[in-house]
Write a protein that binds this ligand. Structure first.
Ligand code: AMP
Ligand code: MN
Ligand code: MN
Ligand code: MN
Length: 295
């Protein structure tokens, strides 16, 4: 057992009777597709006993400054983060950047680039939906997004409100999810580019929710290897409430590639038990937590 091990840390904490700090390193606010404002997200995290909260909105850092202000009056640390969309071998992959300098020129220009990509994608989603006889999707999705970066959830909301489907989930299943009309990923930058943005801004690149890409173990290992080769440092071993076998398997992949382990709820909406703030298991003892890089 080495001082860097989670096992060593847990044992010491038990022996000393120290309360372990609670981390949630993947959350969304109204800056992207979350329901809570950055200020309300910080308050809810505080109420849920979180000590260290990373705000990782999709392709934007607009929520960081207001969250830092709110955090300074409450006893909670906000970690500046972002969740970039990227394309690897024809698949959309998400990479979280943690502990970034959100004002760094690399992030400012990356956000500009991603905002333009999201707009271009929205126009193309609208064209595809028009071909299916659905009119007015772009104008409605833009209106629903307001000041937030536009995303597929806004199109999903429109499809529900206009009566094309009953639920947001059905909108993804029928129109927006993998392989459907609204699944356009050619606008995203390559994996090496997004990892480089995060590294340039002094952050740690984390391969987000690796279990959600429906990859075989071989493909997941290929992705992880490419990610590490580009400068990626951590694997999100825990994403919300997940099966213990998934956690175990991802912990093994992290160890195999010498990556640190991250954990987060991927919180978007209150009261969804599988995505509630801080509501997830602990990292396997063999994992080295990503926050060791900051202490
Ligand atoms: P985008 O970033 O615009 O590509 O949209 C992806 C986001 O859509 C994810 O981060 C989720 O928040 C949401 N999402 C993806 N699949 C579903 C689904 N089946 N039901 C509800 N929301 C989903
Ligand atoms: Mn989302
Ligand atoms: Mn994601
Ligand atoms: Mn996310």
């Amino acid at each position: 057992m080495l001082p860097g091990d989670n096992k060593y840390y847990l044992l010491n904490a038990c022996l000393l009777g120290v309360r372990l700090l609670r981390y949630d390193l993947h959350t969304h606010s109204t800056a992207s597709d979350g329901i809570l404002s950055p200020e309300n997200l910080v308050s809810r995290a505080k109420d849920h006993g979180i000590d260290k909260l990373a705000i990782t909105d999709h392709d934007t850092v607009a929520g960081i400054a207001p969250a830092l202000c709110a955090a300074s009056v409450q006893k909670i640390d906000v970690i500046a983060g972002i969740e970039f969309s990227t394309c690897w071998k024809g698949r959309t992959i998400h990479v979280v950047g943690l502990n970034i300098d959100h004002n760094h020129t690399a992030i400012v220009s990356a956000v500009k680039r991603q905002t333009a990509a999201r707009h271009e994608r929205a126009v193309r989603i609208d064209q595809r939906l028009q071909k299916l006889g659905i009119q007015g999707a772009l104008a409605s999705a833009l209106a629903l997004a307001g000041d937030s970066v536009i995303g597929r959830p806004h199109f999903a909301q429109f499809l529900v409100q206009a009566g094309y489907v009953k639920t947001v989930n059905a909108a993804f299943k029928q129109y927006l999810g993998a392989g459907k009309a609204g699944d356009i990923k050619q606008v995203w930058p390559e994996l090496d580019e997004v990892v480089a943005w995060i590294c340039a801004a002094g952050g740690v690149a984390v391969l987000a929710h690796p279990g959600k890409y429906k990859l075989t173990r071989t493909k997941l290992c290929r992705l992880t290897e490419a990610f590490k080769d580009h400068g990626g440092k951590a694997l999100e071993v825990i994403s919300g409430r997940q099966d213990a076998r998934v956690t175990q398997g991802l912990g093994e992949v992290a160890a195999q590639f010498g990556l640190y382990a991250s954990c987060g709820s991927d919180f978007h909406i209150p009261d969804q038990p599988w995505q509630e703030l801080g509501a997830f298991g602990t990292l396997p003892p063999s994992c080295i937590p990503v926050w060791d890089l900051w202490s």
